[in-house]
Design a protein around this ligand. Structure first.
Ligand SMILES: [Zn+2]
Length: 226
């Protein structure tokens, strides 16, 4: 299941330290983001577009100067695969990009980040990760009409109408949301399900029902008491 459940890899810790310049190396070597919220939050390992093999966008993506004010949680409504490998994670990221570009006619992946059933985190739309790492601005997405220049969209692999998300996916979702909140100064209460903004059943009744728990667990990470 890779090393993502045991914290960021050394390589990314070092890369993050250079980019962030605000990180604090703790005893265990894990980088903490103090972000603009002043919270000491672990920096998760997030594979960028080049790492998972993204196609280039069909036209230039649109940067947004102001910081996002919320997070919107989605499910991919794809199969609840038992393959929790990194290869499977990168494959679903490529598959989503194909759907969004070839079927929806979008310029690139719609969401900002993707979370696999094995708990692997990946960049979605190009430049999402750079903005997040810098804690400055965002790229306009295509995941929730009316919210695409305000909300960070996270696609969670699988279908959660009747079943619980796997623990690995849940844990990585908490980590990613906490990091996004810390970097942008977003309150944990500003995490929503897609159906809060669009006429949709996304992210499934079960995952949607866990949004209050997600807010609570993210708040604990922000408080340093997970
Ligand atoms: Zn959705």
């Amino acid at each position: 299941m890779g090393d993502n459940t045991s914290g960021p890899s050394r390589r990314n810790v070092l890369r993050g330290a250079v980019l962030l310049g605000v990180g604090v190396a703790a005893g265990g070597g894990a980088l903490l983001s103090t972000g603009i919220a002043g919270a000491d939050v672990p920096v998760p390992d997030i594979a960028d577009c080049d790492t998972w093999g993204a196609r280039p966008p069909s036209e230039d993506v649109t940067p947004v100067e102001r910081n996002p004010d919320k997070i919107i949680v989605h499910h991919t409504e794809s199969a609840n695969t038992d393959d929790t490998s990194q290869d499977a994670a990168y494959a679903i990221a490529r598959e989503i990009q194909h759907w969004h570009m070839d079927e929806n006619g979008w310029i690139d992946t719609g969401q900002h980040f993707t979370n696999s059933r094995g708990g692997f985190l990946m960049e979605g739309r190009h430049t999402s990760l750079k903005h997040l790492t810098d804690g400055k601005g965002m790229v306009q997405g295509a995941h929730a009409p009316g919210q695409n220049d305000k909300a960070i969209g996270i696609e969670n692999q699988g279908t959660y109408f009747t079943v619980e998300p796997p623990k690995a996916l849940w844990d990585s979702l908490v980590k990613l949301c906490a990091y996004i909140c810390a970097q942008y100064g977003i309150k944990a209460t500003e995490i929503y399900g897609h159906r809060d903004y669009t006429d949709t059943d996304c992210p499934g009744d079960v995952l949607y029902g866990k949004i209050p728990q997600l807010r609570e667990e993210v708040q604990k990470v922000l408080d340093g008491t997970p």
